[in-house]
Design a protein around this ligand. Structure first.
Ligand code: SF4
Length: 458
């Protein structure tokens, strides 16, 4: 007897292949994963390269000018593929899709489907329309179709997952930093109910995930709009109590919403990794005010001090932008001072660029590109010294490492991370993947550590 839904021999189709290319943040990575899951249900297998794909899904980022240019150059390369294979369907999603909508279809006449940031849940139905009716569509809904999002997870008993699995807990942002287009392309904050998040985490841990990465543009303000307004600290507590996840990380946090209640969780919940990514953006109060960040440098430093008092081993990373309109040499020096004071373990730094819809695009006193470039080099070399010094301080100690997979170094090594988010490569069998092991740190580099297994394996 044939199981329900099984195909008869007459209906067996040739396999179809999906190629996914993702630009931008972890939210985009997560949306791409959802698309892979949804289209896997329609029988799509991962394509090994662009030329073997039946469908190309391009998830885009427009937060920085450079990221947007990468998208256009990638799209340009697809024209010849479409000429060779007119049946190929090309989909563009993400922030560029949301921002440009139909204009993208006009500019790239070989594009089939443009899907806004809140339209990803409907991808299967949309693709069917494109394939069966030959339509070219731009789908930019106001709200995500939550029903199909829930169905995606409700219908699975487990999802094959990597050791580290992302889970979106909220979308959008209410903050309106003056340089940022996220509130424009992702809309206002909407949080997912706790029960839905916990159901997804259980599926992921059943499928092999050991570490969950909670995602949102501003996870610290989780809960607004939900019944009872649960806080992010409460969500962390519920996840620890109701799932068997080994590690939890989260990103992105906003300094103005880093509450004492949340800081306390770093000391109370063993599964919450001793690591926080807390974007500061600038060390000058005048620039922070122009950016509309909602905190001062001293308030930021006070939050860090409090966190370190509760969790002295916490690892810290941050984002810094140089060359915001009106940034003087003095303002920039204040940013360098803040870096010296905090001693971040890692830093993501960028040059400011004008973005459509961002209020700062109209601000006066733009900083010359040459000055921005010089400041960025200065800042990055200072941080490189700090990072290397902090990595060297690890040598001689032992750390708990969650093994994520084979190391890029090859040579029989595996790679994992410490709670503080440091990458450690060490000699070990692949059966360690997914396990937490004690590793002695024996070497330090700019971006990673070298270790030796410090425990006997059975
Ligand atoms: S907090 Fe500011 S920078 Fe972050 S997404 Fe919201 S508006 Fe953009």
């Amino acid at each position: 007897m044939r199981a329900r839904g099984e195909l008869s021999p007459q209906t067996v189709q040739a396999p179809r292949y999906l190629y996914v290319q993702t630009f931008g943040c972890q939210m985009n990575e997560y949306d791409s994963l959802r698309v892979e899951h949804m289209l896997a249900r329609q029988g799509y297998l991962p394509a090994s390269d662009l030329s073997s794909a039946d469908v190309i899904f391009l998830n885009t980022c427009s937060v920085r000018q450079k990221a947007e240019q990468k998208v256009y150059s990638f799209l340009g390369r697809l024209r010849s593929l479409k000429v060779q294979n007119p049946e190929l369907k090309i989909i563009v999603a993400g922030c560029v899709a949301q921002q440009l909508g139909k204009k993208l279809l006009e500019r790239f006449d070989y594009l089939d489907l443009v899907v806004g940031t809140r339209g990803v849940s409907s991808i299967s139905e949309l693709l069917e329309r494109v394939q069966n009716k030959g339509e070219r569509l731009a789908h930019l809904p106001e709200e995500e179709n939550r029903q199909s999002w829930q169905q995606l997870f409700a219908r699975s008993s487990s999802i094959n997952s990597g050791v580290v699995a992302p889970v979106t807990i909220m979308q959008g942002c209410n903050n309106f930093c003056t340089y940022c287009i996220v509130p424009h392309v992702r809309g206002r904050e909407r949080s997912r109910p706790i029960a839905e998040i916990i159901r997804e985490i259980r599926l992921l841990t059943n499928g092999g995930a050991r570490e969950i990465l909670l995602l949102g543009q501003n996870v610290n303000s989780y809960g607004g709009g939900l019944p009872g307004k649960p806080s992010f600290a409460e969500l962390l507590h519920r996840i620890c109590a109701e799932t068997d996840v080994a590690r939890i990380r989260f990103t992105t946090s906003h300094p103005k919403d880093l509450t004492d209640e949340l800081i306390a969780r770093f000391g109370e919940l063993a599964s919450v990794c001793k690591f926080l990514h807390l974007p500061v953006q600038a060390g000058s109060d005048r620039i922070l005010r122009l950016m509309n960040r909602g905190y001062t440098a001293s308030r930021y430093l006070e939050r860090i001090e409090r966190l370190r008092a509760i969790c002295p081993e916490v690892g810290l990373s941050s984002d810094v932008m140089v060359g915001f309109p009106g940034e003087t040499e003095e303002d920039f020096q204040e940013t360098l001072q803040l870096l010296e004071e905090v001693q971040f373990d890692n830093l993501f730094s960028f040059r400011y660029s004008d973005r459509p819809y961002a209020p700062s695009t109209d601000f006066p006193d733009k900083v010359a590109e040459g000055i921005k470039a010089r400041r960025l080099i200065h800042l990055q070399s200072l941080q490189a010294e700090i990072t290397l010094r902090k990595n060297r301080n690890e040598v001689g100690g032992a750390r708990e490492v969650l093994v994520e997979g084979p190391s890029k170094c090859g040579d029989g090594q595996v790679m994992g991370r410490t709670e503080q988010n440091r990458v450690v490569n060490f000699q070990g069998p692949e059966r360690l993947v997914g396990k937490s092991v004690k590793v002695k740190i024996v070497g330090a580099f700019s971006h990673s550590l070298r270790g030796e297994l410090a425990e006997d394996l059975d």
